[in-house]
Write a protein that binds this ligand. Sequence first.
Ligand SMILES: [Zn+2]
Length: 307
Amino acid sequence: MRELVVLGTASQAPTRQRNHNGYLLRWDDEVLLFDPGEGSQRQLLHTGISATDLTRICVTHFHGDHCLGLPGMIQRLSLDRVPHPVAVHFPADGADYFARLRHASSFYETAELRVEPIEADRQRITLGIGTLEARRLRHPIETYGYRLVEPDGCRMLPEKLSAYGIAGPAVGELLRVGHLDLDGRRVTRDEVSVTRPGQRFAFVMDTGLCDGVYALAEHADLLVIESTFLEPEAALAAEVGHLTAAQAARVAAESGVRTLVLTHFSQRYADPRRFADEARAHFDGELIVAEDLMTVPVPPRRVASAG
Ligand SMILES: [Zn+2]
């Protein structure tokens, strides 16, 4: 199961249609919560996911719309007696904010938080499902975006294996060693397998255009990216460290993104179709203007290549 579940899509202030930011990524046995704004705990109730499912929380920065949901979510982990540790990542600069949010009010703390702040650009965290990498973004306070990179794998081709008469433990040996010697003939792993391309998810929140945006978006199967503004407000966007829908779409197009999810909309725009229209002129892949409680599947794995 690999999918994005959107809890909220509003920047700065929620609206009648949009909760503050908040995003869940279900990826095999991990459930990552990104940037829980106010109301995230209640939004979670509308999804099929419970606090007990959470394994990791990633905060990009400590502006309120990206973190004011932390106290409720953290207390909920203890209320529900979540039995496994939950890792938490956030910019190390904001450690004081995190400490205050974590202990914003009195509660009986039972859940184990594994606090792992992001200390530097390009910090990597090794997970069972791949590598979580943080990249510095351009915003008035320290901000990191995240990407999840699954390494390429290897898929054995049964018809090739049987053609060579390779079966049982020999398959494991071939995988491990990379080759097998059969009656004087060496069979390599590449001859009997194809590469299974790893999948990538990227999460780019509050930022002006910068190298980090492109580094995160590179070849993402699914990119969630802020588009707070539209082009008429491009100068304002650059001034306050935000993107327009057109900029986000161009990043996606130039980075080989497959599914583009726009979100974090300013409340000044009533009609979400304007974001789709602006982005469509620059990006011809799958384009989604996020709505609260929407689910977006990670697109099927790219086609495997030989050898
Ligand atoms: Zn911000």
